[in-house]
Write a protein that binds this ligand. Structure first.
Ligand code: MN3
Length: 277
């Protein structure tokens, strides 16, 4: 996992980077944003190899698990080519940026701002978005459809009813938001840590709702629909509405419920951690 730097040294360095990040986050927002810019462009000392910080986990279910709604070939290419490329690109950026190499995604993505290099913004966002996306898919079951919440875990069902009125109103909002994304982007069900309410919101490209420094809400994403064409074109071609209906058939609501608990606890990391196979 690490280059010339020993594992304990890498952990110590990461802890220091974390401390710096927490310190900057604790300062005023303006100062925190200013602090990020030089951190993002710092180069490693000559001859020093940086740890490979960002490691793609294995998909925690077979690529065929979401058939026939999201097909095996789409899952395979999406996970092993598109998501893998975001890891490759972010690790390439980290190889000449020791500050980036010491960061963790759950600290990095909320700290992205308008001064962040595009390669970091796009690929760090791409990784965290896809980790949430794939972790919240499952085999179709009786609980998965776009109109009925009677099978959902009670906490997320109640939260959806409280914020949207009922599940049908939520799914219409989510569908309309996903349909309304022009070009590439996402629609998200999010948790607002200040009001405790849920919301539906879009992001462009690979941006995350977490990135308030990019003009987004800063809310915590619980589950999202990837509406980049690579997420559905092989099966659904131009018919995004059909893909969105099919996506609702394979949402892992127990995982969304777990994400809701993690979001309330401020624990982003367990939402994006995958159990090792
Ligand atoms: Mn994608």
């Amino acid at each position: 996992m690490t280059g010339k730097i020993g594992n304990s040294a890498a952990v110590a360095m990461r802890t220091l980077a974390f401390a710096a990040l927490v310190a900057s986050a604790a300062s005023s927002k303006g100062r925190a944003l200013q602090a990020m810019a030089p951190m993002m462009s710092m180069a490693p000392a000559p001859g020093m190899m940086v740890p490979m910080t960002f490691m793609q986990p294995a998909l925690p279910y077979p690529y065929s698990a979401t058939e026939p709604f999201i097909d095996t070939r789409t899952n395979t290419i999406h996970f092993t080519k598109h998501l893998a490329a975001y890891y490759t690109n972010l690790n390439t950026a980290a190889s000449t940026n020791s500050s980036l190499a010491m960061m963790k995604l759950d600290a990095l993505v909320p700290a992205l701002n308008m001064g962040t290099p595009k390669v970091i913004r796009n690929n760090a966002g791409g990784i965290i978005n896809h980790l949430i996306f794939f972790k919240t898919l499952m085999m179709p079951t009786a609980m998965t459809n776009s109109t009925n919440n009677t099978m959902l875990p009670e906490d997320i069902a109640k939260a959806i009813d409280a914020s949207f009125g009922n599940f049908t109103a939520f799914s219409k909002n989510m569908t309309d938001t996903a349909m309304g994304v022009f070009g590439s982007g996402w629609a998200w069900l999010t948790y607002n840590p200040k009001t405790k309410a849920l919301a539906v919101e879009p992001t462009a490209n690979q941006d995350s709702p977490l990135s308030s420094g990019l003009g987004y809400s800063g809310n915590t994403p619980l589950v999202g629909i990837d509406v980049w064409e690579h997420a559905y074109y092989l099966k659904h071609q131009n018919l995004r509405a059909n893909y969105i209906k099919d996506w609702f058939m394979v949402v892992n609501w127990p995982q969304v419920s777990a994400n809701y608990k993690s979001a309330m606890a401020g624990d982003l990391n367990s939402m994006i951690a995958y159990a090792s196979a």
